[in-house]
Design a protein around this ligand. Structure first.
Ligand SMILES: [Zn+2]
Ligand SMILES: [Zn+2]
Length: 314
């Protein structure tokens, strides 16, 4: 994480609160972060317990004029510095942009100190989907999971289903596994399989788009032209590997132009070329909007949709 100019860092340490009564001594390199115990206690139960007069660190605080060192050797100094800055309302010291791994590390630290609610506003920007590789997307998805941000979780899991075509297992690493249930990757796998089948079904349904039932050949000449069109554009069912790319190709697909002639038909005056694009567009839009996981269903189990922030109606 980049050092912000507005956070005073000196030999004494990082002064989040210049008159703070505590130095958090964080990580193996012992980064020193000066904070106010009162602010930390108000934002986090674990810090409340740590600085409460009934506990050791709390007793030390009462008996000394100088700031007291509190050692947190296993914690992440950069993540904790950022959380402390937010708790002390030092907004100028909080970057608007963080890398996905940095957001993940902050989320893990906030979860450990039971203060994810203080990150609510800052994390809205950090969790936004942008151009990134699939591994980073998995870190950001895990951060949204930890921070209970259902909207970001839905958007990020949707991107993982539609844009990623590799194995989800390859994205799972020790850090992610320790913070998010592996069930998410199984659910993504299931949703991606269904989305591929759904897209294949939408495309195949165009074969039956002709509207004459009098065996005049009108339907079959359109069906044949349509099948050739799918084949020439890499849209056969087995070619639908990357769903996002396939959806882009579908958007660019022209209507089929039959080369064969149909026979004379008594109801020829009723023949109208099928409206492939119109019929397809809403079905693809429905597929896209139904994709993505509901955080509440994942974390609390399905069957109680009243808790969900996402509409599950078909
Ligand atoms: Zn006909
Ligand atoms: Zn739900």
């Amino acid at each position: 994480m980049q050092q912000e100019n507005n956070t005073e860092e000196s030999e004494k340490g990082i002064e989040i609160a210049s008159d703070g009564d505590v130095f958090l001594v964080v990580g193996p390199k012992e980064a020193r972060i000066r904070v106010s115990s009162r602010s930390m206690m108000g934002a986090s139960k674990p810090f409340f317990a740590m600085f409460n007069p009934d506990w050791n660190e709390g007793r030390n605080l009462l008996s000394q004029d100088e700031p007291v060192d509190v050692h947190l050797p296993e914690d992440d100094p950069e993540a904790l510095k950022l959380i402390c800055a937010i708790i002390h309302h030092r907004n100028e010291a909080v970057p608007r942009k963080l890398s996905p791994v940095e957001v993940f590390r902050v989320a893990v630290a906030a979860d450990k100190y039971d203060c994810i609610s203080v990150l609510k506003f800052a994390s809205e920007t950090w969790l936004r989907l942008r151009e990134m590789n699939a591994q980073d997307m998995a870190f950001l998805t895990t951060a949204a999971y930890i921070l209970w941000n259902a909207e970001a979780f839905k958007v990020l899991t949707k991107a993982l289903v539609l844009s990623y075509d590799g194995p989800y297992l390859a994205l799972c690493c020790e850090q992610i596994e320790s913070a998010m249930t592996w069930r998410v990757f199984c659910l993504l796998e299931g949703q991606r399989s269904l989305a591929r089948l759904d897209l294949a079904d939408i495309l195949q349904s165009g074969i039956n788009a002709g509207d004459c039932c009098h065996r005049c050949g009108w339907n079959s000449k359109y069906a044949y032209a349509y099948l050739r069109l799918l084949q020439n554009n890499g849209l056969r069912p087995t070619q639908l590997v990357n769903i996002s790319k396939a959806i882009n190709s579908v958007g660019l697909l022209p209507d089929p132009v039959p080369e064969e002639r149909s026979t004379d038909c008594t109801y020829g005056y009723k023949h109208t070329p099928p409206e492939y694009k119109k019929d397809r567009r809403w079905q693809v839009e429905r597929l896209e909007s139904n994709t993505g996981l509901c955080l509440f269903c994942v974390r609390e189990g399905e069957g109680n949709p009243s808790h969900c922030s996402i509409d599950h109606s078909p």
